[in-house]
Structures are given as structure tokens and as C-alpha cells.
Design a protein around this ligand. Structure first.
Ligand SMILES: Cc1cc2nc3c(=O)[nH]c(=O)nc-3n(C[C@H](O)[C@H](O)[C@H](O)COP(=O)(O)O)c2cc1C
Length: 215
């Protein structure tokens, strides 16, 4: 099983990366060698904004990602990032507050949500490949609250039909590293917990599937 950590910052090795490292350590700690992890740094990829190719100007015409094979027709690294998300069993995104979030993350979310929305509109039988994947959200800032960043990430997880990681009493669990990891070292422990929650879901699902096969 594989968990991918997506660093949405334009800085490759800053706070978001530290949070991801901690989360992925937490996941590995739970997994007894069953889970491999990978960090993907959005700064290394070219992702253009959605160009709204799905329709004509005044009516829905089903082209671009609204037409079979429901792929984005822009040429850049989006397809590679999407494929890496598809290949992963669990996804964690860490994003800094850029008021509100880095433009490349916005571009990624726009393009993913355009596919899931317009493909489903055009074809009820379209199978969205991120469905049900456990999804964890983390945010970091210099000094301000990250509520806005986490709202955006959670909403994205919901629209992308992933499963938002939860703690006790079914409460969605995400990490707010307000002030960055140096000023807020407790956030690294929370990131570790988030990673372990993602891993636990995957392990539980694997055990359930094994039991089903044995019946
Ligand atoms: C364009 C931009 C806007 C930012 N806006 C804010 C802000 O409004 N409030 C804040 O506390 N930090 C803000 N920051 C700082 C980053 O959120 C903060 O340094 C964060 O920890 C950086 O994460 P990173 O180390 O993963 O890049 C901003 C940074 C950038 C580049």
C-alpha cells in the first residue's frame, strides 16, 4: 500500500515538507512494513489553471474533460500528478497559507474537480479514480490562523469524493501548524497522528478485504 504526501508550497523543504515527513513517519510506524510513502513537491511540476474547455460559451457541449475519455486536454504535468494520486491508496496534502493557498494547488484542485464534475455529468457510469481514498489535510502559516486553508482542503477532499480522516467521535482530524513547525513543534506530533490515522484506515480495509475473500 502506498501513501503520497503532496507538498503544495513553492518552497520544497519548508514547514509543509516537515509536516509531511512527520505524517509519513507516523504512517510507516503503524504499518509493519506494509506501507510505502512518497512526497510529491508541487513546486517541481508545471500545472496550468483550468481553461474551462469543458463547454461552449453559452451551453454545455461536452468536450475537453466533459467528453470521453474525460481527460484534461491542457499539456503540462497535471496528468502525471493525477496519475500519482490514482496510484496511491492514501493522500495527504500540506499547504501553507498564501492568502488563501498557493496558486498551483488551486490549479490542481480546479482541474481535478472539473474532471470529476463534468465527466459525471456527461456519463453516470463514469468511475472517479480517487473515490474513497483516505485523505488528510495539513496547513501551516507564519502567524495567522489556518482555518481558511483547512476549509479549502477539506472541501476539496469532499468534492474529490475522498474519505476525510477522522478521530474519535467521527470528527474530521486535520493539522493546523499555525506559526510554522519551529514555533509550533506540537504540530509535528499532530502530523504524525494524522499519518498514523491514514495508515490505520488502509490496514483495516486490507484486513476486511482478506476476511471477505476467506468467507
Ligand atoms: C504569497 C504568500 C502569502 C502569505 N500569506 C500569509 C498570511 O496571510 N499569513 C501568514 O501567517 N503567513 C503567510 N505567509 C507565510 C507562509 O504561510 C508561512 O511562512 C508558511 O509556514 C510557509 O510554508 P512553507 O515553509 O511550507 O513554504 C505567506 C507566504 C506567501 C509566500
Amino acid at each position: 500500500m502506498k501513501i503520497i504526501g503532496i507538498n503544495a508550497s513553492q518552497r520544497n523543504n519548508g514547514n509543509s515538507y516537515q509536516l509531511l515527513k512527520s505524517a509519513l513517519e507516523g504512517a510507516k510506524g503503524e504499518s509493519n512494513g506494509l506501507i510505502e510513502t512518497k512526497v510529491l513537491q508541487l513546486a517541481d511540476f508545471e500545472i496550468k489553471p483550468c481553461a474551462a474547455h469543458y463547454s461552449g460559451l453559452h451551453e454545455f457541449k461536452n468536450w475537453g474533460c466533459g467528453k470521453k475519455p474525460y481527460k484534461c486536454i491542457l499539456k503540462d504535468d497535471f496528468e502525471e500528478v493525477f496519475q500519482r494520486m490514482i496510484d496511491a491508496d492514501g493522500i495527504i496534502i500540506a499547504a501553507p497559507l498564501y492568502y488563501p493557498v498557493p496558486a498551483k494547488l488551486v490549479a490542481l484542485m480546479e482541474r481535478l474537480m472539473a474532471i470529476v464534475y463534468f465527466a459525471k455529468k456527461a456519463d453516470k457510469n463514469y468511475v472517479w479514480p480517487l473515490t474513497g481514498k483516505p485523505f488528510g489535510a495539513m496547513a501551516t502559516s507564519y502567524e495567522d490562523s489556518n482555518i481558511l486553508v483547512l476549509k479549502i482542503l477539506r472541501k476539496f477532499g469532499f468534492i474529490a469524493r475522498m474519505y476525510l480522516v477522522r478521530e474519535a467521535k467521527n470528527k474530521v482530524f486535520s493539522v493546523d501548524a499555525k506559526g510554522g513547525v519551529e514555533k509550533n513543534p506540537k504540530s509535528l506530533g499532530e502530523a504524525k497522528k494524522l499519518g498514523s490515522l491514514v495508515a490505520k484506515i488502509l490496514i483495516k480495509r486490507k484486513e476486511r478485504a482478506k476476511k471477505k475473500r476467506e468467507i
